[in-house]
Design a binder for this molecule. Sequence first.
Ligand code: ADP
Ligand code: MG
Ligand code: ZN
Length: 484
Amino acid sequence: MSVAYQTVIGLEIHAQLKTQSKMFCGCANIYGTEPNSQTCPVCLGLPGALPSINQDAVSMALCLGLALEANITPESFFYRKHYFYPDLPKGFQITQGPRAIIEQGKVVIAGDRSVRGTSAPITVGIERAHLEEDSGKSQHSDRQQASLVDLNRAGVPLLEIVSAPDLASPQEAFDYLKTMHQLVTSLDICDGNMEEGSFRCDANVSVRPQGQTHYGVRVEIKNLNSFRYVKHALEYEVQRHIQLYETGQTPTQETRGWNSDTNQTYSQRSKEAVMDYRYFPEPDLPPLVISSQDLENSRRRLPELPQARAARYRRDYQLSEYDSEMLVSSPSFSHYFEALILARVSPKSACTWMLGEISRILNEHDTNITSLGLSSERLAELIHLVDDGVVTRSSAKESILPKLLGSTLSPKEIVAQDGLAQVSDSAAIQGLVQEVLSSSPQQLAQYRAGKLSLKGYFVGQVMKKGKGQLNAAVVNNLLDEMLK
Ligand code: ADP
Ligand code: MG
Ligand code: ZN
């Protein structure tokens, strides 16, 4: 494609909060029970029922606000957002109005090198995060030729987190979503279960020719419930927009859905058809007032946040800024790193392995450290074997690590079983060096004639013969001696 286009993406994330009870009533907030068993007059929207604010949900929202270094609005309000939908018996959703409990936050992610030319960290603005209630769920049954409504989800607390349009590619949207997922799960305010819909997202995307100052036409893709779908739906949509522009057309501003069977987005409704929600303040709820005590309580509930953690790695482990940032990129990743250190691996070695081999494997398998099937104990044992000189780094990487992933064997068992111990025995190595020197008369002559750089060649040949198991220092010393 000759004209370069710039992609602009902003995400709206809906995170269900892990409270005991619903947002405005005492019904249990649990998933997967008998339809309509967790309901009461408030969440059924019966006339005269009075909602009240779940303070636990407020306190969880404050945790996120603090983690995002956001402004906490001292006084915000609940509003009624009206629309008709069978799974919304009240005829309106209680959400927040022009002011949200959380405003102007930020989160740092890695930039997408393919569009920015560098993977230096970028700051993604969080416009707002507001509290609201979830709707019920409709189930369409062909067999019964009916649509059924389950209101167990009606009134479940949601935090809607709205990013600024700061994301420049589907990959960045993916990374941002991961980071937010890690944040809400490490704050323990959301269970993060995307299949059950506890963490879902609407993706807004527009495309414009490079250099154009105003945004292109925005399309919103609704209800994406997996990281992969977000990325694929955005990739599809970006290409669709580019094709339209390339053929002299413009996209329609609309809401679209994602069909994961055909891997395509499809039009749901155009923006013009969107009704007026007739927002007005919820008369049955008091203002949402945040006291300094509330904030203090939430602050105490915060675990160590990624940035503080990175600072600690720099200070306590003398790791570089870049390495520290990479290690805290997800809570599970940094917990794993710390588990290695608890198993007495040196911070430097732990870091090298985590950011080197382990990251490479995670990328290759498109998975995360928790699902990799390699406990920190087993990796720690492997690193110790290398650091203690029992096996070479190359045996560890090429022979032992792949076996660790596919089995429950311990590194020591693999070393014993496959005879992978490092060879430091001079006599054995001497034989190999001799073989290499005698089979390379030409190179030997050149070396003797002064081409000293050929030593590297000999080292390589000897190591190859030793299947990567030779002690490199011993090989080097022996070569020096025998080349004299
Ligand atoms: P709405 O309420 O209609 O969804 P908002 O102004 O709240 O509109 O924006 C929703 C999301 O759309 C935000 O995440 C924002 O970053 C994103 N957004 C706004 N403009 C654009 C654009 N031109 N391209 C892509 N995303 C955009
Ligand atoms: Mg929207
Ligand atoms: Zn209820």
